[in-house]
Design a protein around this ligand. Structure first.
Ligand code: MN
Length: 517
């Protein structure tokens, strides 16, 4: 990446002369800025501050055309966001609502993580501007929405060339208030006026995207009630959202194909890192990126639930677990898991574990539908797992005792949850109340994952040696429909033989195996 500096440091960067700074002699004006390299201890005439050079400022103020400043938005997002604001408005009559986009957290020193807008904010606006804030002002029987975005810095302002966060020479073409208003069909104002605009509001509820918020909001308290309501409203996906999710899931299936095509490269030395990189590049190309850290766990890494280190080898004979999701450019994400035999053919033990997980998965899928208790699929899948483990002699108690609230011994091999809402967040709607989530029934328009698995760790001495180091998960993304359910990720097979056959179709011919000529 390029070095993000302020003008003072830009000036410093113009020289190749070695610079030394005596301890304790950094000028206050320099230390007050984000500093990527030391400032000279005394004024160096060869390093003028560009913002203070009148001739330079004048020269930089003229001679610029207008770049295309169309904001990056997704088709249909303006209308969908307007509907979402209407739904939120109806839940909080008479109260002014504030939802912030947030800002990218610091990665290290003056380097930041890529910015990704808060999901609630995006759901209400479709806006991708860092530090932006949407306010729904209580007016009459409803609300007036105003989107506040930071002012871009254009030619004629020193920030144009000196502001690394908003200067157009630093960040690329910068949409203005009118550009955002046209793209998103909402009133847009300068973020600088947020303070005064909120000053007259007495009853303000806010969600602030964690701790990374603009200074204008530091005095505003977060409302758990607003966050919870947004979380619960987001449970039912509209047609536009379903289109985004289908796109994310289809792109994810393509990512699985891309990864399978690289297995031989992984075995040859690229390892888990190569497959992770393959999927992440696919996700970046076909969406915004990944919706969560890609999990590539081969062999003994497979049972580790969140194996995001992805730094191991990939060897013939191992089973490899891939938990991967493309996040669309609208930020809706897929969440899909399959386990594959690296060599293309399951061992007897791997297949047996996969077969049991498949039976559990089918039982879970069958329990998804409108009016069903949310916990039905969990219960159905767990009953199969417990019975299967008992058949293998792995339960120290009876199946009934294990399944009872006082037992749960089967969960030793499956300590995670086995399903969740899916949407803008991979674990969507997580701020909902228990009554609205686990304690509720499924409704048409909900999208969820079902993801049973078995995780036999290599150091688990309760497990027969031949099963140790095998981890299998099957995870699909399912839409609850008025009449039942629709498995959106069904392009990927879930049975062991189907997975072998699918691998044969998508695996690239090994290097050197193609006949010459
Ligand atoms: Mn999941």
């Amino acid at each position: 990446m390029s070095d993000e500096t302020t003008t003072d440091e830009t000036a410093a960067a113009e020289t190749t002369a070695a610079q030394t700074v005596a301890a304790g002699q950094v000028p206050a004006e320099a230390s007050a800025t984000a500093s990527s390299m030391p400032a000279p201890a005394t004024k160096d005439p060869r390093l003028p501050r560009l913002t203070q050079v009148a001739a330079f400022r004048d020269f930089m103020a003229t001679g610029w055309g207008t770049p295309d400043r169309t904001p990056p938005t997704v088709d249909g997002v303006a209308a969908a966001s307007a509907q979402h604001r209407e739904r939120l408005s109806g839940a909080f009559p008479g109260r002014t609502l504030v939802v912030a986009a947030g800002r990218a957290p610091v990665r290290s020193n003056d380097a930041y993580y890529e910015f990704r807008p808060d999901s609630n904010f995006y759901w209400l606006t479709g806006c991708t501007a860092e530090d932006a804030v949407v306010v729904l002002f209580a007016r009459g029987s409803g609300h007036d929405a105003v989107l506040y975005v930071p002012a871009p810095a254009y030619p004629g302002e020193t920030g144009f060339f000196a502001d690394a966060a908003h200067g157009e020479l630093w960040v690329g073409s910068a949409p203005g208030f009118g550009d955002w208003a046209e793209a998103l069909q909402v009133t847009v104002r300068d973020l600088a006026s947020l303070d005064s605009d909120l000053a007259g509001e007495r009853d303000v509820l806010a969600t602030l995207a964690g701790s990374h918020v603009h200074e204008a909001l530091t005095g505003v308290a977060t409302s758990a009630a607003l966050w919870q309501t947004l979380s619960e409203l987001r449970m039912i996906k509209d047609d536009w959202e379903l289109g985004q999710l289908r796109h994310a899931i289809d792109a994810t299936v393509g990512g699985f194909e891309a990864v399978i095509g690289q297995f031989d490269h992984a075995i040859a030395g690229g390892g888990e890192r190569w497959l992770q990189g393959t999927f992440d590049r696919h996700a970046r190309t076909h969406g915004n990126g990944v919706g969560y850290s890609t999990i590539v766990g081969s062999g003994a890494h497979a049972p580790t639930l969140h194996w995001v280190r992805c730094d191991g080898d990939v060897n013939e004979g191992e089973a490899i677990l891939l938990d991967m999701g493309v996040e669309a450019r609208s930020f809706y994400t897929a969440d899909v898991t399959r386990t594959f035999p690296v060599s293309g053919t399951w061992s007897t033990e791997q297949r047996a574990v996969h077969d049991l997980v498949e039976r559990s998965h089918r039982a879970g899928l069958a329990a998804v539908g409108p009016g069903r208790a949310w916990t039905d699929f969990h219960t159905a899948a767990m009953e199969v797992i417990a019975q299967g483990l008992d058949d293998w002699g792995l339960l120290p108690v009876s199946v009934d005792e294990a399944l009872s609230a006082e037992g749960q011994q089967h969960r030793r091999y499956l300590v995670c949850g086995i399903g969740h809402h899916l949407g803008l967040d991979v674990h969507d709607c997580a701020k909902s109340s228990y009554e609205a989530y686990q304690g509720s029934t499924m409704q048409a328009g909900m999208v969820l994952t079902v993801e049973p698995g078995l995780y036999f760790h290599s150091f688990d001495e309760t497990v027969p040696p031949e099963l140790r180091g095998i981890g299998v998960r099957l995870e699909d993304d399912i839409l609850v429909t008025p009449s039942g359910s629709d498995v959106l990720s069904e392009a990927l097979p879930i049975d062991a033989s189907g997975i072998e056959e699918w691998m044969r179709r998508h695996r690239a011919a090994p290097t050197g195996s193609r006949t010459a000529g």
